[in-house]
Design a protein around this ligand. Structure first.
Ligand code: EPZ
Length: 435
C-alpha cells in the first residue's frame, strides 16, 4: 500500500528526541560479519530501517543467520558462505557493494552486480575495484557484474584518489586477512569508519586509524566472535535539530556524539541560532529568523553532504541570501524543484545553489527523490503554512526510524495516509520510493 506523509505546518516544535543508531555505521559493520567463520557478531543499537533490513536479507542469502529484536542484532556466520550476491538486493541498495571486500577476503571470490547510480549521482565503485586489484584480486566485468577472485590478498600501499567512504570501508575489510601490512592513504575519516574499525578490532583484527588520514592494517588469519555497539546517527540527530530551527521551536536531541556534529553546530551559531550543548545532547532554542549563511559540502570533518538538503530547506526562510556548493555528489539538487513548489526561491548554477530567503513557505504535494531530499521536504512541510503531502515515502523509511512518531512527540501534526492509485500516478510515485 503506497502512503504519503501529511503535515499540517506552522507549529513550533517543542520537546526531546533520542538519536537512533547510525545507518551508515551499521551497514558496513553488518557486512564485516562475513569475515567470521563459525562465529557470532552481536550488535546493539541497530536502527530499525529499510536499508538495514535489505542488508540483513542480503547476508541471509549468503548464508548468515540473522536475528533482530529490540535494536539488537545477532549474526551467526557458518563455515561455508555463498559468494554470489543477488541482483535485486544489490540494485535496491548501493551499500550492498560493501560485501565485496569481505567476500573476496573470506571466500577468495565474489560475484556482484554493479550497483548502478541513483538520483544523487552515478556512484561508481572504481576506487573499490582498483584497490582490490592492487591487493592481488583479479577483477572482471561481465554482463554488468563484477567477478572478483584472489588466491589470498597481499598487503600493499593504496592511495585513494578521493576519500571515498565506501572504498575506505571495503578495502580495510578486504585487508583484514591480507598477507602482511596494508597502508590505506587519503582515506575517508567519517566517524562511521572509526566505528567499523573498533568493531573489527574487537573481533581480533589489527587496524590502526591515524589522524593523518591513513589506516594501517596488519593481516591476521581469522577473527573471533564479538559484541559491539553502533554509534549515534549524526545525520538523523542534525535533521531533528534543523526541524527545531526551521519551525522556530525548542528541540533537544539526546544520545548523540557532540564531536560528530561540529560542522552543523558551527553553521547554526554563525546563523545566530541559540544553542545549549551538554555531554551528549544539543538543544536549539526559539528564534524567529536565522541569518543567511554559506557553505560547501566536504568529506568529514567538513559540512556533510547528507545534511545539504535539510539545511537548504532551513535557509530558504533565512534573512538574506545563502550559497551552498555541493562538492561531493554530482547531482544532489533534485529536492530544489520540490522546495520551490513550496514557495522557496532557489536557483541552481552548476554545483552551486543560491537560496534567497523568503517570508514563508506554503504547503504543496511534493515527491521525495532520495532519502535526504525526503527529509528536506519534511522540514519544509513542518514550517509551511497549511498542509503538505510528501510522496515516495519509501526513500524516507530507508534512513529515519519512526520519523513521523518522533515528530508527533515534538508536537508536529504529522500523519501517514494511504495513497490511491490516481494520486500515485499524478505524483509519479516510483516502486523503490513507494511503500
Ligand atoms: C556514503 O556513500 C554514505 N552511504 C552516503 O550516505 C554519503 O552521502 C557518502 O558516503 C558521502 O559521505 C553509506 O555510508 C551507506 P563515497 P558512498 O564513496 O560510500 C565518488 C545517505 O544519505 N566515488 O564517499 O557511496 C562518488 O561518486 C547516503 O545516508 C567515485 O568516484 O560515498 C561520490 O561522488 C547517501 N568512485 C563521492 O566519491 C568510487 O569508487 C563520494 O562517494 C567511490 C566513490
Amino acid at each position: 500500500m503506497n502512503c504519503k506523509m501529511n503535515i499540517k505546518g506552522g507549529i513550533r516544535l517543542k520537546g526531546t528526541v533520542t538519536t537512533q543508531g547510525a545507518k551508515n555505521a551499521a551497514l558496513p559493520i553488518l557486512a564485516s560479519a562475513l569475515l567470521l567463520k563459525d562465529k557470532t557478531l552481536k550488535l546493539r543499537r541497530v536502527p530499525n530501517l529499510r536499508d538495514i533490513k535489505t542488508m540483513a536479507d542480503l547476508l541471509a542469502t549468503l548464508g548468515v543467520n540473522v536475528s533482530y529484536s529490540g535494536h539488537e542484532m545477532i549474526l551467526e556466520v557458518p563455515s561455508e558462505l555463498c559468494w554470489e550476491t543477488p541482483a535485486n538486493l544489490v540494485r535496491k541498495m548501493r551499500a550492498s557493494s560493501l560485501v565485496l571486500g569481505p567476500l573476496v577476503a573470506r571466500c577468495g571470490k565474489a560475484v556482484m552486480p554493479l550497483p548502478g547510480g541513483c538520483s544523487i549521482g552515478s556512484r561508481p565503485i572504481d576506487l573499490h575495484l582498483k584497490g582490490l586489484s592492487r591487493m592481488g584480486a583479479t577483477i572482471e566485468l561481465d554482463h554488468g557484474a563484477v567477478h572478483a577472485s584472489a588466491k589470498g590478498l597481499k598487503g600493499c600501499r593504496i592511495y585513494l584518489d578521493f576519500p571515498s567512504v565506501g572504498a575506505t570501508e571495503n578495502l580495510l575489510m578486504a585487508a583484514v586477512f591480507a598477507k602482511g601490512e596494508t597502508l590505506l592513504e587519503n582515506v575517508a575519516r567519517e566517524p562511521e569508519i572509526s566505528n567499523l574499525i573498533s568493531t573489527l578490532n574487537l573481533m581480533g583484527a589489527r587496524i590502526e586509524e591515524r589522524p593523518t588520514g591513513e589506516i594501517l592494517v596488519q593481516g591476521v588469519d581469522e577473527l573471533d566472535s564479538a559484541s559491539a555497539t553502533i554509534i549515534p546517527d549524526r545525520i538523523e540527530a542534525c535533521t531533528y535539530l534543523l526541524a527545531g530551527v526551521i519551525t522556530g521551536g525548542e528541540v533537544k536531541v539526546t544520545d548523540l556524539n557532540i564531536n560528530h556534529v561540529d560542522a552543523l553546530i558551527a553553521k547554526l551559531e554563525e546563523a545566530g541560532v541559540p544553542l545549549s550543548i551538554t555531554g551528549n545532547s544539543v538543544t536549539v532554542h526559539p528564534l524567529n529568523k536565522i541569518k543567511a549563511v554559506s557553505l560547501k559540502t566536504l568529506p568529514f570533518p567538513g559540512f556533510p553532504t547528507d545534511l545539504q538538503p535539510q539545511i537548504m530547506a532551513t535557509l530558504s526562510l533565512a534573512d538574506g541570501t545563502s550559497i551552498i556548493q555541493e562538492s561531493v555528489f554530482e547531482s544532489r539538487f533534485r529536492h530544489i524543484s520540490e522546495l520551490n513548489k513550496m514557495g522557496a526561491s532557489i536557483e541552481v548554477q552548476g554545483h552551486t545553489a543560491i537560496i534567497k530567503g523568503v517570508r514563508e513557505l506554503v504547503g504543496a504535494d511534493v515527491v521525495a527523490t532520495d532519502l535526504r531530499a525526503g527529509a528536506s521536504l519534511i522540514l519544509a512541510g513542518l514550517a509551511a503554512c497549511d498542509e503538505t503531502n510528501i510522496f515516495n515515502l519509501g526513500h524516507v523509511w530507508r534512513g529515519y526510524e519512526n520519523i513521523d512518531g518522533k515528530l508527533r512527540e515534538l508536537g508536529g501534526e504529522v500523519s501517514i495516509l494511504p495513497v490511491d492509485i490516481i494520486e500515485s500516478k499524478v505524483n509519479g510515485v516510483t516502486p523503490e520510493g513507494g511503500d
